[in-house]
Design a binder for this molecule. Structure first.
Ligand code: PMP
Length: 439
């Protein structure tokens, strides 16, 4: 019995009472390997002594100062560090409390940018149907996931969604990856021309589609082509790295691997590693200059933006990742996880695809391996797999994607960057048992 309105009413929730390394413990002392890092959040695992020490030190020094009057040493140091490692041209950063807020801020930056430069008619957002960008109304409008949007129509922003996304390329094997990427990117140009380039504000995309599709990376060349199209029509490119960013795919930012720098970029989740709620929106010097030379104000803000405790936690997380060379472990353990998943599920009758980058992997479940048909959503397969996994001491992110508007099932794996090979083996073993028991 809980008095908390939880996202999943009636789910068989445990009460978490502790965590150490890659393991979480419930109130009865039972352990669960946190194989999805919550939802790609806990990149350092739980109870990391250096982050705890940084939090103690910040709490001793200063917990809060309002941004009308102050930044903080922690925020300044974090901003320096993040901008130094950001894709080219992203020279400024805005700190918020999570992913939806980061996307919301990015959309408002794009909108205000065009107002400041005298093109207020540019107000339309284009995104992909297979996408999730958050749950606040603006971010929800940007996301294309039909079942998430359904109950909240009409949404606020002027948004259009395009297909195909590379997410389900594996269902269309007749085409080369390159041809598919070009065709997928062409859908953006077609949509811009249909709407009128002078009305389009931004294109929003996840470089690796997370919650909605299950760790599906962009096909080679797709994002570079998207960048060219945005430049040609003066449309801002907003890359949402809330889930796939901050080292999850083996490089600090996923878009590095595609050789693309956006105009706006959002991160959250792994930024603070779960030790504090924090997100960030990166913006280009061009957008900053438009605000600075125009109204001199970004007309947005929340009470807890730039929170010193959150910034101190994120700074410590980023320092540990660099000091302990954890991105090397993400690459090595990511390759090991991909190999083990391939061995366990490569010929499984109900697995249609295993894909991902780094420690960000998706296992797609299908009713029929041959036709790749999705399971009937009424089966609630995600919930059953989650239950079976939990009863085997494994916490995995059960996500339902959309395939042509209908729900599909996949399991998202995003373990902490500190995971070792033996624990990866245990994750795959328990997951295999859970899938077999659930189907
Ligand atoms: N964008 C993406 C790509 C996400 O995966 C998420 C969270 N799953 C969000 C935005 C929203 O982040 P938050 O839940 O922290 O608001």
């Amino acid at each position: 019995m809980t008095r908390i309105l939880h996202r999943q009413i009636n789910a068989d929730l445990r009460v978490a009472s502790g965590g150490r390394g890659v393991e979480l413990f419930d109130q009865h002392g039972r352990g669960y390997i946190d194989a999805s890092g919550g939802a790609a959040v806990s990149c350092l695992g739980h109870g990391h002594p250096d982050v705890i020490a940084a939090l103690h030190a910040q709490a001793d020094k200063l917990a809060y100062a309002h941004t009308s009057f102050f930044t903080s040493e922690a925020a300044e140091a974090l901003a320096e560090r993040l901008v130094a490692g950001a894709p080219a041209g992203l020279d400024y950063v805005y700190f918020v409390s999570g992913g939806s807020e980061a996307v919301e801020a990015a959309l408002k930056m794009a909108r205000q940018y065009f107002v400041e430069i005298g093109q207020p008619q540019r107000a339309t957002i284009i995104a992909r149907r297979q996408s999730y960008h958050g749950n606040t109304l603006g971010a929800l409008a940007a996301g294309g996931n039909a079942w998430r949007r359904a109950q909240f129509q009409p949404l606020l922003a002027e948004t259009h969604h395009i297909d195909p996304c590379y997410a389900y390329r594996y269902r269309e094997p007749g085409e080369t990856e390159e041809a598919y990427g070009l065709r997928a990117a062409q859908a953006l140009e077609d949509k811009i021309l249909e709407l009128g380039p002078e009305t389009v504000m931004a294109f929003v995309a996840e470089p690796v589609v997370g919650a909605t599709a299950g760790a599906v990376p962009a096909v080679p060349g797709y994002l570079r082509r998207i960048r060219e199209i945005c430049d040609r029509y003066g449309v801002l490119l907003l890359l949402d790295e809330v889930m796939c960013g901050m080292g999850r795919t083996g490089t600090l930012h996923a878009c590095e691997q595609d050789g693309v720098a956006p105009d706006l970029m959002t991160v959250a989740k792994g930024l603070g590693g779960g030790y504090q709620p924090i997100g960030a929106t990166f913006l280009s010097g061009r957008i900053y200059d438009a605000f600075a030379g125009g109204s001199g104000l970004f007309q947005h803000g929340h009470t807890y933006i730039c929170h010193p405790m959150a910034c101190a936690a994120a700074l410590a997380v980023q320092e540990v990742i660099a000091r302990d060379r954890l991105l090397d472990n993400v690459k090595a353990m990511g390759a090991h996880l991909a190999r083990r998943l391939g061995e366990r599920f490569g010929n499984h009758p109900h697995v249609g695809d295993v894909r991902g980058r780094g420690l960000f992997m998706g296992v797609e479940l299908v009713e029929d391996r041959g036709t790749k048909a999705a399971f009937d959503p009424a089966l609630k397969l995600n919930a059953r797999i989650k239950h079976e996994a939990m009863s085997r001491g494994l916490a995995v992110y059960p996500a339902g994607g959309t395939i042509d508007g209908a729900r599909g099932d996949h399991i998202l794996l995003a373990p902490p960057f500190i995971i070792d090979a033996a624990t990866v083996d245990t994750v795959v073993e328990r997951l295999g048992e859970a899938v077999d028991a659930a189907i």
